[in-house]
Design a protein around this ligand. Structure first.
Ligand code: NAP
Length: 360
C-alpha cells in the first residue's frame, strides 16, 4: 500500500466535497489501486490544520461540521491561524505530496510553484493561477506534474479529451466551440423561449445560479478564463487581455450595487429581444459561446445554427465541441453538468488518482 500525502488550499463548497469524496473512496482505492490518500494539511483563508502523520477522518468530519456551522478552521480543535500558504505546504517529514488548490485566489501561485519545485504534484479547480501571464502558466505546467481538469467543465473530461485524445494523437484541432457557463446557458435558453432578460437574470439570482453579484457571470470573464486555459493547453501563447470578451451588460451598469443593477436591467429587455428575433429570422439561435480558432479566442453571444451541437444545448449544461482533422465534419462533443461542487470534486479526485498512479 502506498500512502499519498494530500495538502489542500481551500475548504469551501468544493474543498469540503473533495474531502468527502476522498474519505468515501478509501476502501475502493485501497483494493483497486493499492493507494491510500491521506490529508496532512488543510487550510482556509485564515486557519490551517497540519498533521504530518495524517489528519484522522474523525478530525476531518469535525472540521467540516465546524465550517458548515460558519466557523473558520482556526477555531476548530485541530486548527490554528496560519501566516501564509508557504508555511502550510512545507510539512516536515512529508515528500511527494499532492497539493490541491480549491480556492478562488491567485495568491496560491508562489506556494504551488514551491511545491512543484520540490517535485510535489498539484491539482487545481482554481482557474486563476493558470489565467495569469503565459510565463507563469508555463512555469506551473512545464513539469507535467500539475493537473487542472476541473477548471473547465467541472468533472467533465474536457482537458483530458484535448490532451490525451487529440494532442497526444497528433490530431489537428481546427476549432473548439464551447458553452462553459450554466448561468449563461440558462439565460440564453430562456431568451430563446421568449422570456425577458431582466426576468431571467432576477430568477437566476434568486435560485442561486449566479454569483452573489450577477455581473460576475454576465461579464463573461469566467468563460474567458476557461477559453484561455484551453488555448494555452493547445500551446497557444495567449494572454487573457487578447481574448475578445462580450459582456452581457453595458459599461454604464458596471458601477453600483447588485440591487441597483437588478433594478436597472429592464432597459436591456428590448435590445436582447431584438437580437433573439434577428437570430430566429435567420433560422438560428443565440448561445453564449467560447470559440477558439487559428490561435485566437472570442467569448460572446453568437447566433448559431439550431441543429449544431451548441445550438441544440438546453439549460445549464456545458458543452465542448472539438472540430479536428479526425473529427470532421462532425465534431467530438462532450456535454453534461459543468458546475456544482460534486462534479467539480469528482474532476479533482480523478486528477489526484491519475497523479498518484504515475511513476514516482
Ligand atoms: N462551485 C463550482 O461549481 C465550481 C466549479 C468549477 C470550479 N470551481 C472553482 O473551485 C474553486 C472553489 O470554489 P468554491 O465554490 O468551493 O468556492 P468557496 O466556497 O468560496 O471556497 C473557497 C475557499 O478558498 C478559501 N480561500 C480563499 N482565499 C484563500 C487564500 N488566499 N488562502 C487559502 N484559502 C483561501 C476560502 O477560505 P474561507 O473559507 O476562509 O473563506 C474558502 O475555504 C474556485 O476557484 C471556483 O472557481 C467551482
Amino acid at each position: 500500500m502506498r500512502t499519498i500525502p494530500l495538502i489542500q488550499f481551500g475548504f469551501g463548497g468544493v474543498g469540503r466535497a473533495v474531502v468527502r469524496r476522498v474519505m468515501k473512496a478509501r476502501d475502493e482505492f485501497e483494493w483497486r489501486y493499492g493507494i491510500q490518500l491521506q490529508y496532512v494539511a488543510l487550510c482556509d483563508s485564515n486557519g490551517a490544520a497540519v498533521e504530518a502523520q495524517g489528519i484522522s477522518f474523525g478530525d476531518l468530519e469535525r472540521a467540516m461540521a465546524a465550517k458548515e456551522a460558519g466557523r473558520g478552521l482556526a477555531d476548530t480543535p485541530i486548527g490554528y491561524q496560519h501566516e501564509g500558504l508557504l508555511d502550510i505546504v512545507d510539512v516536515a517529514g512529508v515528500t511527494g505530496a499532492i497539493v490541491i488548490d480549491v480556492t478562488a485566489s491567485d495568491e496560491t501561485v508562489p506556494a504551488l510553484q514551491w511545491a512543484l519545485d520540490k517535485d510535489y504534484f498539484a491539482v487545481l479547480a482554481n482557474k486563476k493561477p493558470l489565467a495569469g501571464s503565459i510565463a507563469s502558466f508555463r512555469q506551473l505546467t512545464d513539469s507535467d506534474r500539475l493537473r487542472y481538469e476541473a477548471t473547465v467543465g467541472a468533472g467533465m473530461p474536457i482537458i483530458a479529451a484535448l490532451r490525451q485524445a487529440l494532442i497526444a494523437s497528433n490530431d489537428h484541432v481546427r476549432r473548439i466551440e464551447g458553452c462553459f457557463s450554466g448561468t449563461l446557458g440558462f439565460l440564453t435558453t430562456g431568451l430563446q423561449a421568449g422570456e425577458s432578460y431582466s426576468a431571467l437574470v432576477r430568477h437566476a439570482k434568486q435560485q442561486g445560479y449566479t454569483e452573489p453579484d450577477p455581473r460576475d457571470d454576465l461579464g463573461g470573464m469566467d468563460v474567458a478564463r476557461k477559453a484561455l486555459i484551453l488555448a494555452r493547453t493547445m500551446g497557444w501563447p495567449l494572454e487573457l487581455s487578447q481574448i475578445e470578451v462580450e459582456s452581457l451588460y453595458p459599461p454604464e451598469l458596471a458601477a453600483g450595487s447588485p440591487a441597483d443593477f437588478l433594478e436597472a436591467i429592464s432597459a436591456l429587455d428590448e435590445p436582447f429581444r431584438a437580437r433573439v428575433a434577428e437570430a430566429q429570422a435567420a433560422g438560428q439561435t443565440l448561445r453564449y459561446v467560447a470559440a477558439l480558432e487559428s490561435g485566437a479566442a472570442q467569448v460572446g453571444l453568437r447566433a448559431v445554427p439550431v441543429d449544431s451541437p451548441v445550438g441544440r444545448l438546453q439549460g445549464t449544461d456545458n458543452l465542448a465541441a472539438f472540430y479536428t482533422d479526425v473529427y470532421a465534419p462532425n465534431p467530438m462533443v462532450l456535454q453534461g453538468r459543468g458546475a456544482g461542487v460534486d462534479g467539480t470534486a469528482a474532476g479533482v479526485l480523478a486528477d489526484i488518482v491519475s497523479l498518484a498512479l504515475t511513476d514516482r
